[in-house]
Every structure is written in structure tokens, then in C-alpha cells.
Design a protein around this ligand. Structure first.
Ligand code: NDP
Length: 296
């Protein structure tokens, strides 16, 4: 039987609707408008598109969007001064510095200068530590989106075997922490893993976050497994540009029980979770109840 397609686009629209409804209530009942500041250094075309999309969607759910576009040669001191200003600004509840930064800027230093309570990307070392110790934190958007889709599809994840392929700080590691938090038995695979196919075939939940086009094929998927494809790879096929995931969709969909497509799977959930995190940050800052179902 072909796999159920997990429609990330539709799910993201639902999440944005929940965020918008909560934002409208905050405005009516408390006169509060959550605000997200996005900082872009330089003119990387892909980053410019991401920042534009984030700004548009922030406004669409009724939040304030503050875009700060800085020249490519901005000094670290000037960038840190802007972050200090945003940290102190009560109208700003979330701060996101678009990565990658130009090479002369120290990303770790810059990210760790953000107030952890406003760190809606969840990359600050405090949030990494809080997530790792199972405490309330800001959770990185892409893994949070994956977790939401998995919970929606399965209900409880308790006791399931999860394999995360990829151990990056922004996807693989936080994904594994979140699955562990939901009581999965978690394996993290990476470029040195021996017999990756055999490791993947143990997974009830298989998350691919590798950055290699269509590397996970159907023969690596356990029959009935749920496959979450985080990868975004631009390839050329039959002379046309195409976006594909880390999973070979056609062969995996023949074996899996459920699968996210690329595009239209994890991607749209990432920005939806950024908006959810901004709302959560605003509620926490004001001591108000957090939105239900939008946090880990
Ligand atoms: P990184 O390059 O930071 O990490 C890739 C990971 O994959 C590494 O841990 C690496 O292992 C592992 N890996 C590489 N080759 C192999 C292999 N042959 N076998 C097993 N593991 C391998 O990537 P990111 O985590 O940042 O991103 C992963 C993918 O997700 C990319 O396609 C990216 O574009 C996409 N992405 C999508 C997002 C979305 O919104 N949908 C958001 C963020 C990322 P090792 O550590 O040993 O080198």
C-alpha cells in the first residue's frame, strides 16, 4: 500500500491559523502585539528570500515584523550593538539572525549575544542546554516542526525506534533530543556510521537531515515506517532545476507507512514554528499562558 503523504503545507497553514487566533486574543485582551526582529547581514540571495518570507508571514499572523538589513562588511561590534538594542526593546519578543553570516563574523559569539528568552531560533547555548536537560527552552524551528507532524500523525511516540540521520546542531542533534523527550529509543547516524542501511531499517521513525540528494532509498526503509525528509537539495534533472529531499521519494513511498514530500513537507513548517516560537516568547515574557500544542 502506498504511504500516506504528510502534508506539511496544510499543517503549516493550520499552525499559522492557531498562532493568528492567539495573537488576536493577546491584542484584544492585553493590548499586546508580539514582535519578531530579523537581522540579515549581506545580500546572499537565498537568505534574502528567507527573510522576505519570514517578514510576510509574520505580518500575516498579526505580529509586528522588524527587518534589519546590514551591509556585508558590517563589523562585529556594530552587529553586537544592534543585538543589545533589540534585547532591550520591549516591543521585540523574538530575535533571529539569519545564518550563514559573512566569514569575518563569529556566528557563535553573535548568537550567544541574543537574550535566550528572545532566541526564537533556539540556537543560544542556554537553550541548547535547557533542551538537553529536558527543561523549558526555545526549541529550534525545523526539528520542532518535525515533532509536531509526528505527534499529529502518531499521537504518542513513546517506545518507538527513531533514527535521525545527521548530527548538526541546528537539525540532527535537537531532533534527537526532542524524540528522546517523547520517549523514543533514539539512534543518531552520521557520515561515519557503519552500515547505514541496516541502521535505518530499524527505524519506526526515520528522520533524514543530511543534505545529500535522495541518499535514503526505499530499501533502507522499514515497511510501515514514518519518514521525515528534512533535506532541501537543488538538482538538475532532464535539463530542469528541481528541488529534492535527502530521501528518494518514489522508492521510499512504496515501503513507508507515511512520508513527508519535498517540497511541501518540513520546509513550510519551519517558518510556522518560528512564528509559534515568537508567540511563545511573548507569552513567557508577559507571564501569560503559553499557546497549547505549539511548543515541545
Ligand atoms: P549539515 O551539513 O550541517 O549536517 C549534515 C549531517 O549529515 C552531518 O551530521 C553529516 O555527518 C551527515 N552526513 C553527511 N553525509 C552523510 C552520509 N553519507 N551518511 C550519513 N550521514 C551523512 O546539514 P544541516 O543539518 O544543516 O541540514 C541538513 C539538510 O536539511 C540540508 O539539506 C538542509 O538544506 C536541510 N535543511 C532544511 C531545513 C528546512 O527548513 N526544511 C532547515 C535546515 C536544514 P558528519 O557530522 O559525520 O559530517
Amino acid at each position: 500500500m502506498p504511504a500516506t503523504i504528510i502534508d506539511g503545507k496544510a499543517f503549516a497553514a493550520k499552525v499559522r491559523g492557531q498562532v493568528a487566533a492567539h495573537v488576536a486574543r493577546l491584542r484584544e485582551e492585553h493590548g499586546l502585539i508580539p514582535g519578531l526582529a530579523v537581522v540579515l547581514v549581506g545580500e546572499d540571495p537565498a537568505s534574502q528570500v528567507y527573510v522576505r518570507n519570514k517578514g510576510t508571514q509574520t505580518l500575516e499572523v498579526g505580529m509586528n515584523s522588524y527587518e534589519h538589513k546590514l551591509a556585508v562588511d558590517t563589523s562585529e561590534a556594530d552587529l553586537l550593538a544592534l543585538i543589545a538594542k533589540l534585547n532591550a526593546d520591549p516591543a521585540v519578543h523574538g530575535i533571529l539572525v539569519q545564518l550563514p553570516l559573512p566569514a569575518h563574523l563569529n556566528s557563535d559569539l553573535v548568537i550567544n549575544a541574543i537574550d535566550p528568552a528572545k532566541d526564537v531560533d533556539g540556537f543560544h547555548i542556554s537553550n541548547v542546554g535547557l533542551l538537553g536537560t529536558g527543561q523549558k527552552s526555545m526549541v529550534p524551528c525545523t526539528p520542532l516542526g518535525c515533532l509536531m507532524m509526528l505527534r499529529d500523525h502518531h499521537g504518542s511516540l513513546s517506545g518507538m525506534n527513531a533514527v535521525v540521520v545527521g548530527r548538526s546542531n541546528i537539525v540532527g542533534k535537537p531532533m534527537a533530543q526532542l524524540l528522546l523527550g517523547d520517549s523514543c529509543t533514539v539512534t543518531i547516524a552520521h557520515s561515519r556510521t557503519k552500515d547505514l542501511a541496516e541502521v535505518c531499517r530499524r527505524a519506526d521513525i526515520l528522520v533524514a537531515a543530511v543534505g545529500r540528494a535522495e541518499m535514503i532509498t526505499g530499501d533502507m526503509v522499514k515497511p510501515g515506517a514514518t519518514v521525515i525528509d528534512v533535506g532541501i537539495n537543488r538538482i538538475e534533472r532532464d535539463g530542469k532545476a528541481k528541488l529534492v529531499g535527502d530521501v528518494e521519494f518514489a522508492s521510499a513511498a512504496e515501503v513507508a507507512g507515511a512520508i513527508t514530500p519535498v517540497p511541501g513537507g518540513v520546509g513550510p513548517m519551519t517558518i510556522a514554528c518560528l512564528l509559534a516560537n515568537t508567540l511563545t516568547a511573548c507569552c513567557r515574557a508577559k507571564g501569560l499562558p503559553e499557546p497549547e500544542g505549539l511548543t515541545a
